[in-house]
Design a protein around this ligand. Structure first.
Ligand code: NAD
Ligand code: MG
Length: 423
């Protein structure tokens, strides 16, 4: 089901060219053996998007890892104050600020000794590929995360991937690249972490289907009519997870589940008709794999991203970390219900994009990013987000086997069209 091999990057994409080489989807045995066998040598981690929600949880995991991990590189876009605090606490070799204007506000002499400043996304892409880097945590939000994730995979790194947009946009190309370079993509997204763990229970040909759980977001029980009036503040008030603003809005529209269906399609190489969604308001069961005999294997835990982050960093090993634990001494109820595709049409768009492949995911993602920003800025009503995404998917010049340049071109096309439609 994978698209043909097109990882050679045409000029102008801004993404590095990679020569073919043999490789596997597993992280290197050397790196793994270092995790436990030699604590004196911590794995060097590059944390991309360190000032965000996932980035800060990652630093908590590293700080409590008892020397398993150390920070080699921190990267943020604009939150210079927070970045400098993180640099003081973790003493990375590199501090990367992707926004040049924000970087220009950093005075001389404020960096800790031994830390150097680098500016811009191209420098970031160079630095994640350095031989000293053992793990890359990809936690930049949105399409902006593609370039550095691509560079890390191209350099054969093990990437703990939170930035689902990378796989939504360019899943087949990224996974083929990893297979060629020996790089590995280990999911941080809690649903995909659960699936990754549940898939270790059986053979791939024994899998009947994979079911992603969804909290249903803050509007799970709201009527369709009332959704037109929802405010930014209501949409940002997620019932179970504390996350950055973009993914929080995606959870409210359930576009997050759409993106996750596409992410699962490419990450696990599963056809779209083997992927399903169930609403589970408690966010305790993080996803399920149903095997052909009817056994359903799930992964459970309180909603705390530190667990999937630690799993991705330490895989294939486990250790006692800082994540909250499930309390079996108190009463819990776990509910499951089908998603309402009428009120949350985004889920249908995710299924469609996962089934179509090609440029459908990139266009859906770009349209969604533009529409979510407009909603956050008060320029768009909530239900319009999915409507604009559907229109972009329907009207775009579909390319079944795109190159990276095709993907980036259609990303730009979708953003421009959506901006025009909103005028
Ligand atoms: P966030 O908004 O809290 O943080 C985003 C980070 O990206 C910040 O460090 C910011 O400086 C950086 N950034 C923003 N624009 C950038 C740009 N143009 N170039 C470089 N860096 C930029 O977001 P988050 O909630 O931490 O989510 C990060 C990613 O992880 C998203 O792709 C999201 O879908 C995914 N994810 C998050 C969660 C969660 O619980 N927060 C769960 C699963 C997946
Ligand atoms: Mg998720």
């Amino acid at each position: 089901m994978m698209a043909p091999d097109r990882t050679a990057t045409p000029a102008g994409s801004g993404l590095p060219h990679v020569a073919p080489s043999a490789g596997t989807q597993e992280a290197t045995p050397l790196a793994h053996s270092r995790l436990n066998a030699d604590r004196a040598v911590p794995l060097q981690v590059a944390v991309l998007g360190s000032t965000g929600s996932i980035g800060q949880s990652t630093l908590e995991v590293i700080a409590t890892s008892e020397g398993r991990f150390a920070v080699h590189l921190l990267c943020g876009h604009r939150s210079v104050g927070r970045l400098l605090e993180q640099a003081q606490a973790f003493r990375p070799r590199w501090l990367v600020v992707t926004d040049p204007e924000a970087a220009a506000t950093i005075g001389s002499g404020v960096l800790p000794a031994g830390t150097e400043l680098a500016v811009g996304p191209d420098r970031l892409a160079e630095l994640v590929a350095a031989p000293e880097v053992d793990r890359v945590v990809s936690a930049i939000v949105g399409a902006a995360g593609l370039q550095s994730t691509w560079a890390a995979v191209a350099a054969g790194k093990t990437v703990a991937l939170a930035n689902k947009e990378t796989l939504v946009m360019a899943g087949p190309l990224v996974m083929q690249l990893a297979a060629r370079t020996g790089g590995a993509v280990v999911p941080v997204d809690s649903e995909h972490s659960a699936i990754h763990q549940a898939l270790r229970s059986g053979r791939r040909d024994e899998v009947h289907r994979v079911i992603l759980t969804a909290s249903g977001g803050p509007f799970r029980t709201r009527s369709r009519e009332s959704l037109a009036a929802v405010t930014r503040e209501e949409a940002l008030n997620h019932p179970t997870w504390s996350m950055g603003p973009k993914i929080t809005i995606d959870s409210a529209t359930m576009m997050n589940k759409a993106l996750e269906l596409i992410e699962a399609r490419w990450l696990f190489d599963l056809p779209a008709d083997q992927l399903g969604v169930v609403v589970h308001p408690q966010s305790i069961v993080h996803s399920l794999v149903e095997y052909v005999d009817g056994s359903v294997i799930a992964q459970l835990g309180p909603p705390d991203m530190k667990l999937p982050i630690q799993y991705a960093l330490a895989y294939p090993e486990r250790y006692a970390g800082p994540a909250r634990r499930f309390d079996f001494t108190s009463r819990h109820q776990l509910e499951f219900e089908p998603p309402d595709l009428d009120r949350f049409p985004a889920v249908r768009l995710g299924h469609e994009a996962a089934a179509r492949g090609g440029t459908a995911g990139a266009v859906l993602n770009a349209a969604n990013e533009e529409a979510v920003q407009a909603f956050l800025d008060g320029r768009l009503q909530f239900p319009q987000i999915a409507i604009l995404c559907e229109r972009a998917m329907a009207e775009h010049p579909f390319e079944p086997e795109p190159t990276l340049d095709d993907i980036l071109r259609l990303d730009a096309w979708a953003r421009k069209e959506v901006r025009t439609w909103m005028c």
